[in-house]
Design a protein around this ligand. Structure first.
Ligand code: AGP
Length: 620
């Protein structure tokens, strides 16, 4: 949450800062701001609302200079307002900084700084940090240090950060030290882009695409001093670090909307390709298994595993539920799916044969990272299923599997979900083939997986029909989503999609659970979305559907092509191609993504930037 950018070089900083903020807007869009060094002052422009509004402000009140920082905010402390927007000023304007994270001990620090005469004008925790850096700078100056020297400013940042509890990614400018930018991280991501005679900073790699291909990901407790010509990397507790320069693996097409009106729709339509990418090079037809390059565990270690914990948040947690069914069915290994926010503070019994998988699109989710670190600390092999290459979770895990889905820009996760389910299917196949799964069964799974991209292409043909159904139901204020077995997590995911982008209340349930309470919600104004492709317990799900109809509840069904029986009961049917039960989530999730998208559009909601949300949740 919150996006940070920075630039030092020969060019006007504003161009990169604004473009970078546009690309990072998915991380938060409550307000945006920039600060640029102009001679011996630092000019600030900031505004409530989107980056577009900031850009407009910068046209009206131009701001020049070639060293600058910028921020797009997801509010934690202090409501979204002009005054609470970043950048924030410390002291009498000698320090200006932007921050992503939470300063947990801000209240006690603020009291202390007030006693020292510092005046607070905002409701943010970040202003405390800005004043704290200014205070530490004044202490250095008292000791005779020169404020125009980088070493003095670095010391001030270092001393301030040692007093802070919480998380931060920061970029700091010092009025008296032009042409220098100091960055530091603990818990919130930062990446430095190395250009020719210029340096860039960003919360993730997306702003750097097109500017440079050489990047350095900062680790926790690291600080970077950036000037046009150089980058100095240090550990907060002293000592130079050698930067590990990586090649940027992101493509600019990911950020291009192409023929689509919104990123969410573009990403829904990318799913045949993203599933293909998740499978590429991972199917071993000779051995009837899957293969992965980065698990970093030898077969003996893998065979010893007698329990798996999948931990994640939100949509990734739903993918984990599908993973649980898959792994238990194919590999007969007991699996638990834990909310990362719970796991990080719980102490469930785990043995040295328990393996952990953190599932995450962004690789930056604070709860997932904390849960993973806690398991790692206890000595468990801890792996990641992750989309963003070079993200914190990807780097800290002992090994893992990348999704290769390309950047997901829409806040509502779509293609990452189906890529996660694809990778979990491969993992189940792989673990299964090390145990009970026979060669012919492995071969069959491989051939079904190979057919999935085409099945997804066929599924996408339901788009126009889903749009028509959305027009019929978009006024409803409550929805139930119901499915069983592999389609229960899909029901949860369908309900989450609708809630997050259309602000309509929706509940996902195992279809048979509905009669234990939620059926009380059913009336003629509450549609139920049944995920009911042909499966072992298809007749049972049909009975659940009858129970809703008997109470005059409208029913939208997602069913297999050619299923006429469903059409006799449901009011509306969306047909998807028939696939094996364990692969059904890949096709049944798609119409539910589309339904949420069209309902949100018809209700006038911003589908790519839903209110109160951010793509990457880097606070607890
Ligand atoms: C999905 O639509 C949500 N925006 C959200 O639940 C998301 O899946 C969750 O925050 C986890 O994110 P991650 O996969 O990046 O860890």
């Amino acid at each position: 949450m919150c996006g940070i950018v920075g630039y030092v070089g020969p060019k006007p900083a504003l161009t990169y800062l604004l473009e970078g903020l546009f690309r990072l807007e998915y991380r938060g869009y409550d307000s945006a701001g920039v600060a640029i060094q102009q001679g011996d002052a630092i000019a600030i422009r900031k505004k409530t609302g989107r980056v577009g509004q900031l850009s407009q402000l910068c046209q009206e009140q131009p701001i020049e200079g070639s060293t600058g920082i910028g921020h797009t905010r997801w509010a934690t402390h202090g409501e979204p307002s002009d005054v609470n927007s970043h950048p924030h000023t410390g002291g009498n304007g000698e320090v200006v900084l932007v921050h992503n994270g939470v300063i947990e001990n801000y209240a006690s620090l603020r009291n202390e700084l007030r006693e020292q005469g510092y005046v607070f004008r905002t409701g943010t925790d970040t202003e405390v940090l800005a004043h704290l850096v200014a205070f530490e700078l004044s202490e250095e100056i008292k000791m005779g240090a020169d404020p125009s020297r980088t070493a003095t400013n670095l010391k001030a940042v270092e001393s301030a950060l040692k007093r802070v509890k919480g998380t931060y990614g920061i970029a700091v400018l010092f009025r008296d030290n032009p042409g220098t930018l100091i960055a530091a991280r603990l818990g919130s991501p930062l990446v430095v882009g190395i250009g020719k005679g210029e340096h860039f900073l960003a919360s993730d790699a997306s702003p750097l695409v097109g500017y440079t291909e050489e990047v350095v990901y900062l680790s926790d407790h690291e600080m970077a001093v950036l000037t046009a010509d150089g980058m100095q990397l240090l550990h907060r507790d002293g000592g130079a670090q050698t930067p590990d320069v990586k090649v940027l693996e992101q493509a600019s097409e990911d950020l291009d909307l192409g023929e689509f009106e919104h990123y969410m729709l573009k990403e829904i339509f990318e799913q045949p390709t993203t599933i293909e990418n998740a499978l590429r090079g991972r199917l071993d037809e000779d051995e009837a298994t899957a293969r992965f390059g980065g698990l970093n565990l030898d077969p003996q270690q893998l065979r010893r595993i007698d329990r798996i914990v999948l931990t994640a948040c939100g949509t990734s947690w739903h993918a984990g539920l599908v993973g649980e069914y898959l792994i238990e069915e194919f590999a007969r290994i007991p699996v638990e799916v834990e909310y990362a926010s719970e796991l990080r503070y719980r102490n469930p019994p785990m043995t040295d044969r328990t393996m952990i998988f953190a599932i995450t699109q962004s690789g930056e989710t604070a709860d997932t990272l904390a849960a993973m670190r806690e398991c790692k600390r206890k000595g468990h092999p801890t792996l990641a299923i992750c989309n963003v290459v070079g993200s914190t979770i990807a780097r800290e895990a002992d090994g893992g599997i990348y999704l290769h889905a390309g950047q997901e820009v829409g806040v509502a996760s779509t293609k990452a979900f189906t890529a996660q389910v694809t990778v979990l299917t491969l993992l189940a196949l792989f673990l299964g083939r090390m145990r009970h799964l026979s060669y012919p069964a492995g071969k069959r799974i491989i051939s079904h997986l190979q057919a999935m991209p085409d099945m997804l292409r066929r599924t996408l043909e339901c788009h126009e029909q889903v749009k028509t159904i959305a027009e019929k139901y978009y006024g409803a204020e409550n929805f139930l989503y119901l499915g069983r077995l592999y389609n229960f997590p899909v029901a949860l995911e369908g309900a989450l999609k609708l809630k997050e982008i259309s602000y309509v209340h929706a509940e996902g349930y195992p279809a048979a659970e509905m009669k234990h309470g939620p059926i009380a919600l059913v009336d003629e104004d509450t549609p139920s979305v049944f995920v009911v492709p042909k499966c072992n317990i298809y007749p049972k799900v049909m009975s659940n559907m009858e129970e809703i109809k008997a109470r005059r509840g409208p029913v939208i069904a997602v069913a297999c092509e050619g299923d006429d029986k469903v059409a006799d009961i449901a009011d509306d049917v969306i047909y998807v191609p028939p696939v094996d039960e364990y692969l059904q989530p890949l096709v049944t999730a798609v119409p539910l993504q589309m339904l949420a998208y069209h309902i949100a559009l018809l209700r006038g909601c911003n589908v790519d930037r839903p209110r109160n949300l951010a793509k990457s949740v880097t606070v607890e």
